[in-house]
Design a protein around this ligand. Structure first.
Ligand code: ADP
Ligand code: MG
Length: 283
């Protein structure tokens, strides 16, 4: 009853703002007056008015969901396929990358491994595929192999390994970057193996590595463990081969030839055509 009195005294706009907030319809709240004005001009009826508002809310909600996915993915920088020069790396199967960007492999819980020496664009490709997956509304987590192992070891010591494992299980696409640069301890290798094992046919994993498969034992220590891991990881797998010269090095050489320092270029005007500002050259 007090609500009714309340309603009688409070302006409808205020109440409406309150209800729309409670109902989590921010776009309705922001747009209803403007859309009402437009609908009056177009002589659109009430159902059409409501429909326009619903459409706007839905579009906005999808955009917010994608932004949230991207934040949760913890990408160290934003890279997309738009800024990737496929011509610079002929060994990379472009059509496979474009197909992977469609995201259906994640639906099928398949894996992807990007192999090649340093500077050939593995991380860029992984970031771009991760971004594409977020845009298809998959949950993604990007982490380096070393950081993941570190986090798992820490969690194990603090008796919260299960929590982390369940978090990882829930991710549609787990991207493990830079496998191979740092060898793991026996415990670290076991913990990482467990991650792969739990994800087998349950979720997609994308791994980048500078090492060919026959050298993975040097990272995991044990031949038996490496064999079992590769068996799971490569059962349903797309392999991207990035064999070629370092893009970084090529950029530096081009810069040197044209008489400019690489740091001038890193300021972002030529060669590395990454349009998204704010990235730092990583090495
Ligand atoms: P990797 O992970 O293989 O060591 P990165 O993906 O980190 O190599 O690439 C090094 C740098 O060069 C990054 O800034 C990346 O954006 C850029 N880069 C590499 N390959 C390409 C390419 N084909 N087109 C555009 N930029 C590239
Ligand atoms: Mg890399």
């Amino acid at each position: 009853m007090s609500a009714a009195i309340h309603n009688a005294t409070v302006p409808p706009q205020v109440l409406l703002a309150h209800y729309l907030k409670a109902l989590k319809l921010p776009t309705f709240s922001r747009e209803y007056e403007k859309v009402a004005f437009e609908c009056a001009q177009d002589q659109a009826d009430y159902p059409r008015y409501l429909l326009r508002l619903c459409e706007l809310e839905r579009i906005d909600r999808e955009r917010r969901a994608i932004e949230r996915r991207i934040r949760q993915a913890r990408f160290p920088q934003t890279k997309s396929l738009d800024t990737f020069e496929f011509k610079a790396i002929p060994s990379l199967n472009k059509s496979m990358v474009l197909e992977l960007a469609r995201g259906e492999w994640i639906e099928r819980r398949e894996n992807c491994i990007a192999l090649g020496p340093a500077g050939t664009g593995k991380t860029h490709t992984a970031l771009a595929l991760g971004l594409a997956a977020c845009q298809k509304n998959y949950s993604v987590l990007f982490v380096t192999a070393a950081a993941l192992v570190h986090e798992l070891m820490e969690a194990r010591d603090e008796r919260r390994l299960r929590v982390i494992q369940r978090q990882l299980d829930r991710v549609d696409l787990l991207i493990i970057d830079e496998l191979g640069y740092v060898p793991f301890t026996a415990v670290g290798a076991e913990l990482l193996f467990e991650v792969f094992s739990r994800r087998y046919e349950q979720g997609s994993t994308l791994v980048t590595s500078n090492l060919p498969f026959d050298e993975w034992t040097s990272v995991f220590g044990s031949e038996r463990l490496t064999g079992a891991l590769l068996d799971r990881l490569t059962h349903h797998v797309h392999i991207l081969e990035l064999n070629g010269d370092s893009y970084r090095l090529a950029s530096s050489r081009k810069a040197a030839k044209s008489g400019r320092s690489n740091s001038d270029l890193a300021a972002g005007d030529t060669i590395n055509s990454d349009s998204k500002g704010g990235e730092t050259p990583d090495g």
